[in-house]
Design a protein around this ligand. Structure first.
Ligand SMILES: *[C@@H]1O[C@H](CO)[C@@H](O)[C@H](O)[C@H]1NC(C)=O
Ligand SMILES: *[C@@H]1O[C@H](CO)[C@@H](O)[C@H](O)[C@H]1NC(C)=O
Ligand SMILES: *[C@@H]1O[C@H](CO)[C@@H](O)[C@H](O)[C@H]1NC(C)=O
Ligand SMILES: *[C@@H]1O[C@H](CO)[C@@H](O)[C@H](O)[C@H]1NC(C)=O
Ligand SMILES: *[C@@H]1O[C@H](CO)[C@@H](O)[C@H](O)[C@H]1NC(C)=O
Ligand SMILES: *[C@@H]1O[C@H](CO)[C@@H](O)[C@H](O)[C@H]1NC(C)=O
Ligand SMILES: *[C@@H]1O[C@H](CO)[C@@H](O)[C@H](O)[C@H]1NC(C)=O
Ligand SMILES: *[C@@H]1O[C@H](CO)[C@@H](O)[C@H](O)[C@H]1NC(C)=O
Ligand SMILES: [Cu+2]
Length: 615
């Protein structure tokens, strides 16, 4: 243990960052989570969420078979928190998975919470807050699980971790407040201020001639997918989202929020030049604004305007000789994008060709009665229940197999132990959405092109014999995906879009896998229950906290009411944009949409909406 740790953590910086005890195969982290200031893009010094007074936060590293203990203390003072270990199956420890209101109560300011789990899977992961909209404020870090029996053993000399992300200057709670609001009826996502690599810019990575490097790349961003390429070097993809793949060469990779790729990069044999590498945010996130534009006449060019200060790119360099130039990066058009759908898992797991349970999620974005834009699966936008869903599963007896007890606004599905489950997701929205399932990696058995419409189960396409397997996959604009997995991991697992804006506007479903076996096997630790007490969260009964009649959902948390009939979203959109354009001019309208309005503008807008009435 000590040996393998020392190879990837410098012991001195490890001591400075956190107290690390190595005890047999238990790796313990003491994480004091609190505000610090940082200025990673050189444009704004802002509060960020750090650990032990530092930001970026530490890498969590361990070896297969290890037990990891994270003692998390919330010293933020003004926000609750939690930690999710993205991509880990948490087999037998669903209560350590992290999402607030799902597998645990929020960790209130001043409270502590211990995550305690073992790891049985190798690869590249990350950990991040799973409390409302919080991780883009900085609570996001890499996690690497080493594998003594790795098939890549001997194929590389060194490992390099590189994260990519978008970056905002305002705090998430401020941005969310402007995002989910009637003054933003199209649900235009806040535009990032810049792109980061490893939470900085202009990163240099020193390369030694003749060596081969394993680059572990992670998109820890809130929103934008990134195109990533290394000039003059070919990437050989060997792992996606913790799944070893058969090697595939790639020129340029598209990494959505939350996805990971490990690639082998072989260094040049000489030190004649240095080479740029690039993360370039995908700005064509959605065709949505083009559509809105076509409904309007007064606001023709609003959405074509990218602010001049916005640089969607972050550049770094592979440095062979630090006395030589750092050359400018080549344009994106010089590189061919790689299609992850061709990847074959190294274990060649066969297509699950017999499905026991299939259900369909139709995704749409729409306005509710408060005028704001929400995200829906089958017309239901997710609202966090009063009682964390896992706690309902543990306390509702035989009724735990009735989806009703989890509430009518949680998109809950009950999965039977060892069933082959199929999720059909129809994206009835012109945006690209990266979908993530907790507790499993899934086979991606169908992935349509743009605008393919809904999946037709009566005429399925030919499916790959050994499908790509991963835990986060992109569904294309107005297209569909079909995912399959075996329900061999009792627990409560979210399935959600990993764009943090859409998590907050409700694009979430809940998988309740083998709840009765959870009742037999799981005991919640005292500190988890203490966190609930500190947060004043009930720990028993249905989604409404009803313990007497668990089929009575009176008091369950509700979304805003539907729009009064007669109102159309398009009417509201047109009205708002003509008002916005009229008194703001074009200056503040940028990239995907409009900047949030000031209080005065908002008051004026509200009056106008009331005067005009239903459209
Ligand atoms: C990175 O370099 C660019 C170009 O020189 C510069 O504009 C930018 O401020 C640098 N970023 C940081 C964080 O220093
Ligand atoms: C929480 O504290 C941070 C750091 O002091 C501050 O920047 C932020 O505005 C606070 N948030 C709220 C909601 O008060
Ligand atoms: C972690 O969990 C194991 C297994 O349940 C238990 O034996 C151990 O005491 C726990 N450790 C901590 C620090 O909670
Ligand atoms: C990127 O950051 C991680 C975490 O701090 C660090 O381990 C790694 O060495 C950094 N990568 C480079 C190329 O500097
Ligand atoms: C470097 O040199 C070795 C030995 O001559 C050769 O096998 C290898 O292909 C060369 N690598 C590159 C990137 O040119
Ligand atoms: C960012 O990169 C893209 C793709 O290479 C390029 O088209 C664009 O000009 C770059 N923008 C800036 C501001 O460097
Ligand atoms: C969870 O553990 C059980 C028992 O060892 C195993 O059968 C199952 O495949 C595991 N599930 C996952 C998702 O790792
Ligand atoms: C389910 O809950 C209802 C209402 O609390 C109760 O009457 C019924 O007995 C429960 N059913 C089972 C199978 O436990
Ligand atoms: Cu989304």
């Amino acid at each position: 243990m000590a040996l393998s740790l020392s190879s990837f953590i410098n012991p001195i910086s490890a001591l400075l960052l956190f107290i690390l005890h190595v005890n047999a195969a238990t790796v313990t982290y003491e994480f004091d989570i609190g505000w610090v200031y940082a200025n990673p893009d050189g444009m704004a010094n802002r509060p960020v969420i750090g650990i032990n007074g530092k930001w970026p936060i530490p890498v969590i590293s361990a070896t297969i078979g290890d037990r990891i203990i994270v003692n998390a203390k919330n010293s933020l003072g003004n926000e609750s928190t939690s930690l999710h270990f993205h991509g880990l199956y948490m087999n037998g420890t669903t209560h350590m998975d992290g999402p607030v209101g799902v597998t645990q109560c929020e960790i209130a300011p001043g409270s502590s919470f211990t995550y305690n789990f073992t790891i049985d899977q190798p690869g590249t992961y990350w950990y991040h807050s799973h409390a409302r909209g919080q991780y883009p404020d900085g609570l996001r870090g890499a996690m690497v699980i080493h594998d003594p029996d790795s098939p890549l053993k001997g194929k590389y000399d060194e490992e390099v971790i590189v994260t990519f992300s978008d970056w905002y200057h305002d705090l998430m709670n401020v941005l969310l407040d402007g995002f989910i609001r009637y003054s933003n009826p199209t649900g235009a996502e806040p535009v990032p201020k810049s792109a980061l690599v490893n939470e900085t810019q202009n990163l240099t990575i020193s390369m030694e001639p003749g060596k081969t490097y394993l680059f572990r790349m992670i998109n820890v961003g809130a929103f934008a997918a990134q195109y990533v390429w290394f000039e003059g070097h070919t990437m050989q993809v060997v792992e996606v989202d913790g799944i070893y793949t058969q090697p595939e060469d790639a020129d340029m990779i598209y990494i959505t929020a939350a996805q990971r790729y490990s690639v082998l990069i072989t260094a040049k044999n000489d030190t004649d030049a240095n080479y740029a590498f690039m993360g370039s945010m995908d700005q064509v996130y959605s065709t949505k604004m083009v559509q809105v534009k076509s409904t309007l006449t007064t606001t023709q060019d609003l959405f074509d305007t990218i602010p001049e200060t916005l640089n969607p790119n972050v550049t770094g360099w592979l440095v062979y000789d630090d006395k030589k130039d750092l050359p400018a990066a080549a344009p994106i058009e010089s590189f061919d994008p790689f299609d992850d759908f061709v990847l074959i898992p190294r274990d060649e797991e066969k297509l699950f060709d017999t499905v026991d349970y299939s259900f369909t999620l139709d995704l749409k974005m729409d306005n509710l009665g408060d005028g704001a834009n929400y995200a829906f699966f089958n017309d239901v936008t997710y609202v966090t229940p009063k009682v964390p869903t896992l706690y309902s599963a543990l306390t509702t007896g035989a009724n735990a197999t009735n989806p009703l007890v989890y509430g009518e606004h949680t998109n809950s599905y009950i999965l039977k132990k060892d069933d082959i489950v199929e999720i059909v997701l129809n994206n009835n929205d012109p945006g690209k959405h990266p979908f993530h399932l907790h507790g499993h990696a899934f086979q991606v058995v169908v992935r349509s092109e743009d605008e393919a419409g809904n999946y037709d189960p009566t005429a399925p396409p030919a499916m790959p014999k050994t499908p790509m397997r991963r835990d986060t996959v992109l569904v294309r604009p107005d297209g569909h995906i079909v995912l399959r997995f075996k329900a061999d991991n009792p627990g409560v697992w979210l399935f959600h879009c990993h764009i943090e804006w859409h998590v907050s506007s409700g694009l979430i479903a809940t998988m309740i896998e083998a709840p009765l076996s959870l009742q037999d096997s799981l005991t919640l630790p005292a500190d988890h229950l203490a966190a609930c007490k500190a947060a004043d969260t009930p720990i028993a009964g249905n989604a409404a906290g009803n313990t007497i009649n668990v089929l009575d959902l009176k008091g369950q948390p509700l979304p805003p009411p539907r729009l009064p009939s007669g109102f159309t979203a398009r009417g509201i959109v047109a009205l708002v944009f003509s008002v916005v354009a009229a008194f703001l001019g074009l200056a503040t309208i940028a990239w995907y949409g409009a900047a949030p309005l000031s209080k005065e503008e908002e008051a004026k807008l509200k009056r106008e909406i009331e005067e005009v009435g239903p459209q």
